[in-house]
Design a protein around this ligand. Structure first.
Ligand SMILES: Cc1cc2nc3c(=O)[nH]c(=O)nc-3n(C[C@H](O)[C@H](O)[C@H](O)COP(=O)(O)O)c2cc1C
Length: 203
């Protein structure tokens, strides 16, 4: 079946689900934005406007964060030179160079907690990243999360290429741009009732 038809069916299904629940228009818009997001890996050659970059960064920084530590730092690459520096020469370099905007989401070791909860930063940075992805989608942009952490070689490579200060650990790079209509992203229906258990207390 054609990808566009599948996407339309999914959106129709989601729309009917949200209207059954009698949601407000605002709630429907928020839920629909979450449910229709999909990873986008092909972009047209069009820069992303500064006001949209600002909105995505603000959305990212609105994420929940343990003890309100806000251990994030965002490296914005929005010029061809900066993108080329990040892309380097590797296997995926050419595809990476065609990305209009890359935001590298980093963790700041000076804003981490001590002891057993130190690694909770991964959850903080992931929450910020998901907010950023959802904001991109709401702004009609496409985006995809690409892995850096925990791969030691990638972390080191990105630290060197971007000349990051020692306190920044790059966790992921979000490729962002206006979606290429020839490579439409397809939202996946991931709902699976088998992945939900209602815990009950036996009496
Ligand atoms: C932690 C994490 C790492 C990911 N790394 C990559 C990656 O390196 N390259 C890539 O193309 N997509 C990457 N993705 C995107 C996933 O492949 C994608 O989210 C998944 O296939 C589900 O598709 P959807 O985002 O369209 O719902 C990553 C996603 C997450 C959450």
């Amino acid at each position: 079946m054609n990808i566009r038809i599948i996407s339309m069916m999914l959106v129709m299904m989601l729309t009917s689900l949200t209207s059954h629940a009698q949601l407000s228009t605002e709630a429907q818009a928020v839920i629909s934005n979450i449910m229709t997001r999909a990873s986008v890996r092909g972009f047209v050659e069009k820069p992303v406007e500064q006001d949209k970059i600002d909105i995505m960064l603000r959305a990212a920084m609105a994420a929940p964060t343990d003890k309100n530590m806000q251990p994030w730092h965002f490296i914005v690459l929005n010029t061809p030179d900066a993108i080329a520096q990040y892309a380097g020469e590797g296997r995926h370099a050419e595809r990476m160079k065609k990305t209009p905007l890359i935001i590298v989401v980093c963790a700041d070791t000076t804003r981490m907690q001590d002891g057993e909860v130190r690694n909770i930063w991964v959850q903080d940075i992931s929450a910020a990243t998901e907010n950023l992805l959802l904001a991109a989608h709401a702004l009609q942009l496409g985006a995809v999360w690409t892995t850096i952490y925990p791969l030691a070689q990638r972390i080191e490579g990105v630290q060197k290429k971007l000349n990051l200060p020692a306190n920044l650990i790059p966790m992921c790079a979000i490729r962002i741009g206006y979606p290429n209509p020839e490579r439409p992203a397809q939202p996946k229906d991931k709902w699976d009732e088998n992945k939900v258990t209602y815990f009950t207390v036996k009496k």
